[in-house]
Design a protein around this ligand. Structure first.
Ligand code: DAK
Length: 255
């Protein structure tokens, strides 16, 4: 299998493991990924981290060698498979962090965009170069990139196929941290900025924020009113507010 699922401390770690092809997304790899994501969803991991094997790449995109000579319907089903698999990342009960440790092109960047957060090593290079192949992104890039960095920047990246480095990605909000040293250790440090909070309440926050760009403001505000009211119903909200008044650290139990 070109996907490894392991554990780092309290986190699940998926490694894309085809370093000889810069971890390019074969259809077999995408299917394995879907299965492994179901395992992560059932586990007690407090977040998912995803990294590419080797020193060069997170993921160099869809396996270009596999994409040619397929019928129209095969291509459509291929796009739907990739979109459904990356949708599983987005809908996991826990937040996810893509560790962009080198190249993240095409489908590789689209996978990272489906994660809740992205961190990049200093040598990372990112882009949606499909246009150079006579294609456009098919695994969510045209929809998630504008939501992450705004329409004009996304349009420019997709129409020019330009590669950006880690610093630029940080500047435009595509990645949330640029890290030095061991990228997995740095991802653990980053994930611990949120993973100690109540998982169900983190889930409500993710749901509310993700609605911000998909519904009109008045509907989004109604969603926020409902979800924030729901947060009050958790034991963790009672615990968090009690801990504040009692001047102690909260002990969240994910209830
Ligand atoms: N697919 C297959 N093999 C790849 C690959 C890829 N995307 N990227 C690299 N490799 C392979 C190379 O062929 C090479 O293998 P050998 O020739 O040694 O057997 C090995 O990985 C090492 O690559 P390089 O020798 O090229 O390494 P360099 O360091 O010189 O260059 C590079 C690294 C990342 C700049 C270069 O490899 C590169 O430009 N790679 C391609 C990047 C790219 O264009 N990615 C694809 C974007 S398109 C869909 C619609 C759209 C999509 C999917 C589905 N449907 C409607 C179904 C999305 C498509 C994309 O993702």
């Amino acid at each position: 299998m070109a996907i490894q699922l392991t554990r780092v401390e309290e986190f699940a770690l998926i490694t894309l493991d085809r370093p000889e092809a810069l971890n390019a997304l074969s259809f077999a790899l995408i299917r394995d990924m879907a299965r492994v994501l179901d395992e992560v969803a059932q586990s007690d991991a407090r977040a998912l981290l995803i990294i590419g094997a080797g020193q060069k790449a997170f993921c160099a995109g869809a396996d270009i060698k596999e994409l040619t000579g397929r019928s129209l319907m095969e291509q459509k089903r291929g796009a739907e498979l990739g979109q459904a698999t990356f949708g599983k990342i987005e809908r996991l009960p826990v937040p996810s962090v893509a560790i962009i440790n080198g190249y993240a092109f095409g489908g590789g960047l689209e996978m990272a965009l489906a994660c809740t957060f992205r961190i990049a090593t200093r040598n990372a290079k990112m882009g949606l170069p499909e246009i150079k192949l006579g294609l456009i992104p098919g695994y969510g890039g045209t929809q998630r990139l504008p939501r992450a960095v705004g329409e004009a920047r996304a349009m420019e990246m997709i129409l020019t196929g330009r590669t950006i480095d880690a610093e630029e990605a940080y500047r435009i909000g595509l990645v949330q941290r640029v890290v030095d040293g061991d990228p997995i250790a740095q991802a653990v440090v980053f994930a611990r900025e949120f993973s100690g909070y109540s998982l169900p309440v983190l889930g409500l926050a993710r749901e509310a924020v993700s609605r911000a760009l998909t519904v009109p403001l008045n509907e989004g505000l109604r969603v926020e009113a409902d979800l924030s009211t729901l947060a009050f119903q958790t034991k963790d909200a009672v615990e968090g507010m009690s801990a504040f008044t009692e001047k102690r650290n909260p002990r969240f139990t994910d209830e």
